[in-house]
Design a protein around this ligand. Structure first.
Ligand code: SAM
Length: 347
């Protein structure tokens, strides 16, 4: 019997990863992602009935896995706000790839509820977490999350996650010039030698609400230079083709950092990710302006074969490479369509 088709796009990029948003809600209001002025009290978040159910998410992941998907990352919004998330994780942990391997299941969180949830997530089969943390200075951290959330709670959550074995833990810091770029060295110092992998993310022009300006982007090359001056670094090879972060290790053996340069050094050519919003729209690029509705298809009673065919049809014609073309598009799509917000599409 021939093995099932691995979906491949027009640039021969296979569909390997699904980033699945489980909610569009978040308890933080980071200005680069969900600024208060837009995501305020009157903002209409999705109704519960609009969210994909755990069964629908698992079905999508299963059909994806039969056609080449190896990795599922749960995100949002803040994924830990979704009730009983561990039930979804235990369902996903049962899935296998076409050649019988377990899927790599990861979660990206702001860490605010990690201390309470880490053990249940681990018991359900979660392998590792990535925690977003933009500063080690409590005042800066509170200002950036814009809900006055204390740093100590997130640090405690990270420790608990480490203790229950959700590692190696990655810590993501979005760097904005003038807001937290003064904390780069402190972050490096704090996480060096701990086994945590600190990654610096360039502030991206995702969505239309974060008033992005190139002047606020700290290029990864500058981050590496600044750290190198204090703690000498050398480049290391990627773990696998298509890894989003470029890796650098400390010359003294105190571990490694990563830099994600989606603005200054686009990595579209190796992008194997599809993003699925909490209501079941699939997007083939973080910077997309429109998605395809998989929820309707499933709720209309499609078979698994039809669902696979729909996924394949979307992926085979994929030609996105927004970041590579950004220079020409920084003013936004010329036809006036709005890019989708990160909190909707899933980070
Ligand atoms: N709430 C979760 C969290 O905080 O990690 C998951 C969703 S969040 C949208 C995922 C990641 O996207 C976070 O690390 C966040 O810092 C990052 N992010 C959001 N907006 C961004 C932007 N404009 N540029 C770069 N990274 C961004």
């Amino acid at each position: 019997m021939s093995s099932p088709e691995v979906f491949t796009d027009t640039f021969r990029r296979p569909l390997r990863d699904m980033r699945i948003s489980v909610t569009d809600r978040c308890n933080f209001r980071c200005d680069y992602c969900m600024p208060k002025e837009i995501f305020g009290r009157d903002f209409a978040f999705m109704d519960r009935s609009e969210l994909l159910t755990f069964e629908e998410i698992t079905r999508l992941a299963r059909v994806g896995a039969e056609h080449g998907v190896e990795k599922i990352r749960l995100t949002g919004g803040e994924p830990l706000l979704r009730k009983d998330l561990e039930k979804l994780i235990s369902q996903l942990a049962e899935l296998r790839t076409a050649d019988g391997h377990k899927l790599d299941i990861a979660l990206t969180t702001n860490g605010s509820a990690l201390a309470f949830k880490a053990q249940a997530l681990k018991d359900a089969g979660l392998e590792r977490v990535t925690v977003s943390l933009d500063s080690l200075d409590d005042a800066t951290f509170r200002a950036m999350n814009d809900v006055n959330f204390p740093l100590s709670k997130v640090l405690h959550g990270i420790d608990v996650a480490q203790d229950v074995g959700l590692g190696p833990i990655k810590v993501n810091m979005v760097v904005k010039r003038g807001e937290n770029d003064g904390d780069i060295i402190d972050m490096a110092r704090h996480f060096r030698g701990t086994g945590f992998i600190l990654r610096f993310i360039e502030f991206m022009d995702v969505g239309s609400s974060n008033s992005w300006e190139m002047s606020q982007v700290v290029p990864s090359s500058e981050v590496v230079e600044r750290i190198h001056e204090v703690f000498p670094l050398e480049p290391c090879d990627p773990n696998y083709r298509g890894e989003t972060a470029a890796r650098w290790r400390y010359r003294d053996g105190a571990g490694e950092i990563g830099v994600i340069s989606s603005v200054t050094q686009a990595f579209c050519s190796t992008c194997t990710r599809a993003r699925i919003s909490a209501e079941g729209q699939i997007f083939t690029c973080l910077f997309a302006t429109h998605g395809h509705d998989l929820r309707q298809l499933m709720r209309d009673g499609c078979t698994d074969g039809e669902l696979a065919e729909a996924l394949g049809a979307i992926w085979r014609v994929r030609n996105d490479r927004y970041s590579q073309l950004r220079t020409a598009q920084t003013q936004g799509p010329r036809d006036g369509r709005k890019k989708i917000e990160m909190s909707y599409i899933g980070g």
